[in-house]
Each structure stands twice: as structure tokens, then as C-alpha cells.
Design a binder for this molecule. Structure first.
Ligand SMILES: [Ca+2]
Length: 207
């Protein structure tokens, strides 16, 4: 009685699995600090959706809206501060290190002159003792009293802290202000191709 062994190789069976591509999303900072704040107009007013026409579509984790909401001119919905050296700064803590590609700013609409104007944006994974040692990730002139505008970094930043350092405002002699700020998050690189290789199937056949 002979014994035969039959090997059946099923090799390199490739399965292509479609994985939905995750879109960029809204990041709301956990907290904010500033060089100064007027009572009742603290930097948290740039995180809580105050003054935004529809804050429900710019909450943390939301998709980037097709049409961004607009902003009102109520000063109690803004961060406002005495100017410092002609400008001032806001610093955000995202709560954890994450990848961000830019920010969206609704500048002050309390009048037209209080908003941040020429702004240097810096990012860091840790809270540096001296922001002056951190390389700038963007320099922009923020839109004056606009409904809002997006500013994209040249490269994705891995950061927890973001500094908006304004050299000046749009002309107001006393105050500098911003209504609301959001950051643009980008997902971790997702696998769009899963490859499964078939194993070697051994069939033992007795005859
Ligand atoms: Ca606000």
C-alpha cells in the first residue's frame, strides 16, 4: 500500500480591502493663555465657540466644514487685551502631541482695528522656556475683521503647544483681540492596502 502526499500550495492570495480615507478634522485646544486679558474677555473666549454663527460644526473632531461659520462683533465673545509692545500673544495647549497642518482664525470684529495683524506662529511638542529659540512655522498677516481665514503650515507640525505672536494689530491704540481659533488635524497614515498571503495547504491522501 503506497502512500501519496499531495501538496496543494495556495500562494500569494492577495486581498485588496478598501479602507475609507480619513479626512482632516477640527482640533479645539484644551486651554489657552495670553500675555494679558481684560476681565470677562479671557483667552478661553477663543475656544468655546462664542460669537460663532454655528459652533456645533467646529467642535473637536468634526470634519472640516465645506462652508465655515461666520462671526459676530460682540466684544464679550472675544479675547481682548491691552497691547504689549504694539501687539500681544495667545498660546494654546492641544492637550497632547498631535499632527496639525494649520489653523483657522476668526479675527476680532469688535470694530475693525483690534484684530491681530502680523503674526508669527510657532509650535512645540513641549512647553519651551523660551519661545524665541523655537523656529517659526508660519508668518501671516491675519485678515482684518473677516469672517475667518485659514492659514496652512508649509509642512505638517507635530505639536502640543502653539504660539500666536502678534507684532501689531490693525490700528487700535489700546486693545488687541481675536474671536475664535481652531486647528486642522491630520490623521495618522492609514493603510489602504491590506495584503494577506495564503498559506500552504497540505493534503494527505491515502490510497
Ligand atoms: Ca469666541
Amino acid at each position: 500500500m503506497s502512500k501519496r502526499v499531495v501538496l496543494v500550495a495556495v500562494c500569494c492570495a492577495v486581498l485588496l480591502v478598501a479602507v475609507p480615507v480619513q479626512a482632516d478634522y477640527i482640533v479645539v485646544a484644551n486651554s489657552a493663555t495670553a500675555h494679558h486679558s481684560i476681565s470677562g474677555r479671557g483667552p478661553e473666549k477663543t475656544l468655546n465657540g462664542s460669537g460663532i454663527s454655528d459652533a456645533s460644526i467646529i467642535e473637536d473632531g468634526d470634519d472640516i466644514p465645506v462652508t465655515w461659520p461666520t462671526v459676530t462683533g460682540n466684544y464679550l465673545t472675544e479675547w481682548q487685551a491691552n497691547k504689549s509692545g504694539g501687539g500681544g500673544w495667545l498660546q494654546y495647549d492641544l492637550g497632547e502631541v498631535q499632527d496639525i497642518t494649520g489653523l483657522y482664525v476668526w479675527n476680532s470684529r469688535n470694530g475693525t482695528a483690534r484684530g491681530m495683524r502680523n503674526v508669527t506662529v510657532k509650535t512645540s511638542e513641549t512647553l519651551p522656556g523660551d519661545w524665541g529659540t523655537v523656529a517659526a512655522t508660519g508668518n501671516w498677516q491675519f485678515s482684518q475683521a473677516a469672517g475667518g481665514a485659514r492659514y496652512d503650515f508649509a509642512t505638517t507640525q507635530t505639536a502640543r503647544y502653539v504660539l500666536l505672536d502678534a507684532a501689531d494689530n490693525w490700528g487700535d491704540g489700546s486693545f488687541i483681540a481675536v474671536n475664535e481659533v481652531r486647528f486642522i488635524g491630520i490623521p495618522e497614515p492609514a493603510s489602504t492596502l491590506l495584503m494577506a498571503t495564503g498559506g500552504l495547504v497540505m493534503l494527505r491522501h491515502r490510497s
